[in-house]
Ligand binder design. Structure first.
Ligand code: 5RP
Length: 262
């Protein structure tokens, strides 16, 4: 028997389902990484199977590539696709200007490259991701392995002069090992508490030689779709100013909810 979904999974699913409706025949679509993005991939696979939706996905991680392939979604690389119509991805935090912290799943580098190479980025999130000021979620910074302890020290020293509440970094681990990204790099999670000026911080971080990229997404997200535990979905388009509230059916309604939750 199918287990009922938790409120947080319902929220993620609801946001993903609404976002999946933006994909049209022939589109090239960036597929994000993480648990919310995994719901999106399942919703898109469901549209492909039910409606014959034709699109090509550009995954932002090896895990998303595996899931898409498993579900029969045609995928290609960013370089083969060239430019994308749309990218849909999750986030760890978003503020009222739709600036984001991303990288909780360790895929920030490919995610930022793919989103930047898209006409439009839609972020899907449950309501817990909305913050007044970015920074409670540790900011992931991808660094190369060479001299990484020195890079960490430089990062911490640089943070002392900036409008943030904390300045300690921790190398991300996976079990007993250092976490390794799809690009063979490592991640330093910066405990900042509060980021006073995210735009400035993003620019400064990327000037440190060992830093490959940071998890601040500034002026990249166009639309936020927020899901709630009861299936309510709120959508905000920062360019048009348009707001929409809708509802995605939950278990028991006539939809695909239970099928794709298995
Ligand atoms: C991966 C990401 C994810 O989008 C972010 O961590 C959100 O994940 P989830 O949807 O599982 O909460 O940036 O690098």
């Amino acid at each position: 028997m199918t287990q009922p979904m938790s409120p947080v999974d319902t929220a993620k699913f609801a946001a993903a389902k609404r976002a999946a409706a933006f994909v049209e025949n022939g589109m090239k679509v960036g597929l994000g990484t993480g648990s919310t993005a995994a719901w999106l991939v399942k919703c898109l696979a469901e549209r492909k199977d039910r409606e014959g939706l034709r699109f090509t996905g550009v995954p932002t991680s090896s895990s998303t590539a595996s899931l898409a392939t498993e579900l029969g979604i045609p995928i290609t690389t960013l370089d083969d696709a060239g430019w994308l119509d749309l990218t849909i991805d999750g986030a760890d935090e978003y503020d009222s200007e739709l600036n984001l912290i991303k990288g909780g799943g360790g895929a920030l580098l490919q995610e930022k490259i793919v989103a930047t190479a898209s006409d439009r980025m839609i972020v899907i999130a449950d309501a817990t991701k909305k913050v007044e000021t970015l920074g409670a979620f540790p900011l992931p910074v991808e660094v190369i392995g060479f001299g990484m302890n020195t890079t960490k020290r430089l990062l911490e020293e640089m943070l002392e002069g900036l409008d943030v509440m904390g300045n300690t970094g921790t190398f991300r681990r996976k079990g007993d090992e250092l976490f390794i990204t799809d690009e063979g790099n490592h991640i330093i999670d910066l405990k900042l508490g509060r980021i006073g000026n995210a735009r400035q911080l993003s620019l400064i971080l990327n000037q440190i030689p060992g830093v490959v990229e940071n998890g601040l997404f500034i002026d990249i997200c166009d639309v936020i779709i927020t899901g709630h535990g009861d299936g309510k979905v709120e959508m905000r388009d920062i360019n048009s100013g348009e707001n929409e509230t809708s509802r995605v059916g939950t278990a028991g309604d006539d939809n695909v909810f239970l099928n794709i939750a298995e």
